[in-house]
Design a protein around this ligand. Structure first.
Ligand code: SAH
Length: 221
């Protein structure tokens, strides 16, 4: 283990529990999600200089021009995904530092996470090493194509904002499955969280909260 999983002061279990209390106050209700969030040491996923701010409800830089998503948004998206469902196989697009992948791995029985930037994919791997999450697979690739070899997925979660819902991801969504992703709604900066549910042959699309994510980019880097 390269870093300790429990620290003192701002990085302790108590600080994490306060974060979970705040999520509860802000409206996150699913105990499975709250427990998963309580179990992941978020400070291990940000640079040491920022560790004391890891549990604030804010996005933080993780290098390569990318950010770790704010705790509320992570909790909210996962809560929507698992609503009235057994958390089985999930695909995450945009591993980043690996934080959300770790939360997913505490909840879903099988987790696949794709990242297009090689350096981040490797950083996530080293961040996650000490947590020993045997049900999590990290992949270096372009999330626009999803992950055919592991499809279909009961849940898909995208951590970068696309202009349109990627076709391949829709195809790889299992019957009854749910996908949550930020979509750029206009030429302007505005983005919305969108929920897509597959019911047999039909797809049901629901617009949720306004959000702000880094853009989804094409190809590997
Ligand atoms: N879930 C992450 C959030 C990272 S930010 C966390 O917990 O920290 C979003 C990430 O999506 C960035 O790392 C970015 O490089 C990645 N990304 C953007 N477009 C992508 C694509 N087409 N395929 C895979 N990853 C992509």
């Amino acid at each position: 283990m390269s870093k300790p999983t429990a620290g003192i002061g701002m990085t302790s279990q108590r600080t994490r529990e306060r974060m979970v209390e705040r999520l509860r106050r802000d409206g996150i209700r699913d105990e499975r999600v709250l427990q998963a969030m309580a179990g992941v040491p978020r400070h291990l996923f940000v640079e040491e200089a920022l560790a004391s701010r890891a549990y604030e409800d804010t996005a933080l830089p993780i290098g390569f021009g990318q950010t770790i998503s704010q705790p509320y948004v992570v909790a909210r998206m996962i809560e929507v995904l698992v609503h009235e469902r057994e958390p089985k196989k999930v695909l995450e697009v945009g591993t980043g530092c690996g934080y959300q992948a770790a939360v997913l791995a505490r909840l879903f029985s099988e987790v696949y996470s794709i990242e297009r930037i090689k350096g981040l994919h490797e950083r996530a791997r080293s961040n996650l090493l000490g947590l020993r999450l045997a049900n999590l697979r990290l992949v270096h690739g372009d999330g626009h194509s999803g992950l055919e070899k592991a499809a279909p997925f009961q849940a898909i979660i995208v951590a970068a904002a696309a202009r349109e819902v990627p076709e391949a991801l829709v195809r790889q969504l299992a019957p009854g499955g749910r996908m949550v992703l930020p979509v750029r709604v206009s030429q302007r900066e505005a983005q919305r969280l969108v929920l897509i549910e597959r019911n047999g042959r039909t797809l049901l699309e629901t617009e949720l909260d306004p959000v702000r994510f880094v853009p989804m980019e094409a190809g590997k880097a």
